[in-house]
Design a protein around this ligand. Structure first.
Ligand SMILES: *Cc1c(COP(=O)(O)O)cnc(C)c1O
Length: 343
């Protein structure tokens, strides 16, 4: 029996490479709360330029970047329009409501893309009975939506709708780099279709820590205050920012390899009796269902065979490729899979 472990639970499981660690060790640093860390300043400036925006703010997590996007563009009592399956509703411990005091207006969509025809009806009329709708959020790529890429023309439609109704638009682009690599659409183009964007460095880009919020200068100024209030301002944070700069230079183009490997897993799933892909594989996430079997049991059986995945719902399993997964790992999965699935 092989002692190989193929960890496909998430693209957050990567460990910083030796070269990334060297870049971190060599980083020039200072007290960022006092405005003295040159490396984090380079990162924030570079990301603002990349997205075609005025400013950016490095934060400990994507959860905080999304929360700051909400806190800076709403007031307590306001309402946010979003998709029911989005990360903000499902995986951020209710921060928007608990800390932001905002109400959420989730739209039901089969694929995670906001149904344009439902937007108009979701905006509250100006009336003493209602909250104020102030923000719309979109997720690109989709997490629970199997890594799907938000179609650019639909993003444009949401942006136009938001602008026409005086609403701000926040893009949870935790995996925006995957969308950029898969489509060839630039970060700047995506940046032009949102007022604020969250990008995670700790997913496919392979750093140990960190996300960034990118927006106009006024919004980032407010976000800086909120980050401090929430305890997210850090000191010699250039050590971490250096890992992000390394990732920007070295780990973006290679996301294409993750996409090829995920597509291969998708084909293996399709060829295995009793399994069905839930979503087409656009990027690095594969979500499939196993007919008539319990996903928790199936995932534990996979683990016994050296393959780690996540059960994400009744009968639903998720696998994510990332920079520590090789072609040989997928060969291993291909050989092991049919036996596990049927036996
Ligand atoms: C991972 C993720 C986040 C943020 O996660 P953290 O673990 O807080 O960094 C936000 N949105 C999406 C879509 C994600 O996949």
């Amino acid at each position: 029996m092989s002692d190989r472990v193929v960890d496909l639970r998430s693209d957050t499981v990567t460990r910083p490479s030796d070269d990334m660690r060297r870049a971190m060790a060599g980083a020039e640093v200072g007290d960022d709360v006092l405005g003295d860390d040159p490396t984090v300043q380079i990162l924030e400036e570079r990301m603002a330029v990349l997205l075609g925006k005025e400013a950016a703010l490095y934060v400990p997590s994507g959860t905080m970047a999304n929360l700051l996007g909400i806190l800076t563009q709403t007031s307590p009592g306001d309402e946010i329009i979003l998709d029911r399956n989005c990360h903000i509703i499902n995986y951020e411990a209710g921060g928007a409501s608990v800390i932001g005091g905002v109400q959420l207006y989730p739209l039901d969509s089969p694929d995670g893309f906001l149904p344009e025809e439902m937007l108009e009806g979701a905006v509250r009329p100006d009336n003493i009975h209602h909250t104020n709708t102030t923000l719309v959020t979109v997720e690109n790529t989709q997490n629970r939506g199997g890594g799907r890429i938000y179609p650019i023309e639909r993003l444009g439609a949401v942006k136009r709708f938001a602008a026409d109704h005086g609403l701000r638009l926040h893009m949870d682009g935790a995996r925006l780099a995957n969308a950029v690599v898969a489509t060839g659409i630039t970060f700047e183009k995506y940046g032009s279709l949102a007022d604020s964007i969250n990008i995670c460095f700790s997913k496919g880009l392979g750093t140990p820590v960190g996300s960034i919020l990118i927006s106009d200068a006024g919004t980032i100024r407010k976000a800086r205050d909120w980050r401090k209030r929430l305890g997210g301002a850090m000191r010699q944070v250039g050590i971490l920012a250096a890992a992000c700069l390394y990732a920007l230079d070295n780990n973006i183009e290679r996301l294409a390899d993750d996409h090829v490997r995920a597509a291969r897993i998708g084909r293996i799933v399709e060829e295995t009796p009793g399994m069905e892909l839930v979503f087409p594989v656009d990027t690095n996430i594969v979500i499939f269902s196993i007919v008539g079997a319990d996903s928790v049991e199936f995932v534990s059986k996979l683990a016994d065979n050296g393959i780690l995945a996540l059960a994400i719902g009744p009968g639903r399993v998720r696998m994510v490729t990332h920079l520590d997964i090789t072609d040989e790992d997928i060969d291993f999965l291909e050989e092991a899979f049919p036996g596990i699935a049927i036996g």
